[in-house]
Design a protein around this ligand. Structure first.
Ligand code: AMP
Length: 436
């Protein structure tokens, strides 16, 4: 990931001129924290961790452009956990857009504070208030929360923020997209002005920039993997498919046992449920996750998927960000996302922290414009695969492309396009997922 780090232009002077450290051992971390990092198998800091942890440990505010998958959680948690003091009440508040992300931040916080007596909790909607009230009452030192539920507790006078010294806004762009600005404002009115603030966001639209100016003071600014890029090590393919053939194509691809841990994104909840039914009928072990499912079903589905209890998880974009499951072999855009940025986030679920992964997108003729805007954002074209049984007839635009390709077989039109008849029989077999 090292080469993908870039400082926002003109901001290098703002990083405090610190020499870049390349190992956790060089970071003035406590022996307990170093042991916890080692126990997690984190051998070297990721780029965002290298840039954020040293100034974070010095108490500097941080504004980071980094997506999930870059190691940003460790980047903000390590300074916070090093500074928090057991027994001094709530000192660190991490606000997250979704329950799933808050749970994952909590999981990392627990793992990274191993061997210390810090207490950590998540305060999220969809579950009972009692244990959360107890966590607040007993002075839990670190809380990862979704803004809505946290405000509920604040209004009931159950959250004492007077000792908060660390405020983290995680996935700030997502929180603003979800309309959490008023809740963030309410929290800001209650936390002490003298504090360390870290804001992380995958993108930096105007609203997030304005928020960062409001909440931070003289921040160190870092940027990792600018939006529009995707993680290295991801093999990206686009299958041209007729709308009525999508289910069949997925079933065919799933006949390859290498597709062993597969996350499938659909655009709608209904689409997710229909696909679930079809895959179940095929005897494929599958679960579903979307916002119409009760929280406990979602937690169970995620848990079963994470632990390998099911092979396929079908999800709407609810699972897109923050979902942190090890070893996802394939991400499938069963429906091409309408927002090109979502493509980057979705496929970021595979090939995490250096592992290899495959991202497959199903392209129907009506979605061609959406794919083109993804390619525009990426600045490159994605490899197309045309399997005769599934390929859609082609829109006029694609037919023109094909015509150009035939006339100029080596034309530099940029499409890494492969048609079925240009594949070797072995390659075709492999793509078709036959194992004989
Ligand atoms: P995040 O971007 O914080 O969601 O982290 C993405 C994934 O990378 C998580 O599974 C982390 O456990 C993992 N991770 C974070 N930091 C490191 C590291 N230094 N080395 C290896 N894996 C890491």
């Amino acid at each position: 990931m090292g080469e993908r780090l870039s400082l926002i232009s003109g901001m290098s002077a703002e990083d405090g001129g610190m020499p870049e450290v390349t190992s956790f051992g060089d970071m003035s971390l406590s022996p307990e924290t170093l042991a916890a990092v080692e126990a997690l198998g984190w051998r070297a800091p990721t780029p965002v961790q290298r840039r954020a942890i040293p100034p974070g440990l010095e108490g500097r505010d941080i504004v980071g452009i980094a997506q999930t998958g870059t190691g940003k959680t460790g980047a903000f948690l390590l300074p916070v956990l090093e500074g928090a003091v057991p027994g001094e009440g709530l000192q660190a508040l991490v606000l997250c857009p979704t329950r799933e992300l808050a749970q994952q931040v909590l999981g990392d916080a627990v793992a990274l504070s191993r061997g210390r007596t810090l207490r950590c909790a998540a305060i999220v909607g969809g579950v009972g208030y009692g244990p959360q009230r107890a966590a607040l009452d007993t002075g839990t030192e670190l809380i990862a929360a979704t803004p809505g539920r946290f405000i509920d507790h604040m209004r009931r006078g159950q959250a004492d923020l007077a000792r908060v010294r660390y405020l983290v806004l995680d996935e700030a762009d997502r929180m603003l997209d979800m309309g959490f600005r008023p809740q963030i404002e309410s929290v800001l009115r209650k936390v002490p002005r003298k504090r360390q603030t870290m804001l992380f966001s995958a993108t930096m639209p105007h609203g997030v920039h304005a928020l960062s100016l409001q909440v931070t003071r003289d921040p160190v600014r870092i940027e990792v993997a600018p939006s529009g890029t995707t993680a290295e090590g991801i093999d990206e393919r686009v299958y041209s498919v007729k709308p009525g053939k999508k289910e069949d194509l997925l079933v065919r691809l799933l006949s390859d046992p290498d597709w062993n841990h597969v996350l499938v994104f659909t655009r709608t909840k209904r689409g997710a449920d229909m696909l679930l039914t079809r895959l179940q009928r095929e005897g494929i072990s599958v679960d579903v996750m979307h916002s119409d499912r009760q929280m406990r079903h979602r937690v169970r589905a995620l848990d079963r998927f994470a632990t390998g209890g099911v092979r396929v998880l079908v999800a709407t974009d609810i699972a897109q960000r923050g979902l942190d499951v090890e070893g996802i072999s394939h991400v499938v855009n069963y429906d091409i996302p309408l927002d090109p940025g979502d493509y980057v986030h979705r496929i970021g679920r595979t090939a995490r922290a250096g592992a290899a992964g495959t991202a497959v997108s199903f392209l129907t003729a009506p979605d061609l414009a959406y794919l083109k805007s993804i390619e525009l954002l990426l600045g490159r074209t994605l490899e197309r695969i045309h399997l005769p049984e599934f390929d859609y007839a082609g829109t006029p635009v694609e037919q023109r492309d094909e015509g150009a390709r035939r006339r100029h077989p080596r034309s530099a039109r940029g499409f890494g396009s492969k048609s079925a008849d240009s594949l070797s029989p072995e390659e075709l077999e492999r793509l078709l997922g036959r194992n004989s």
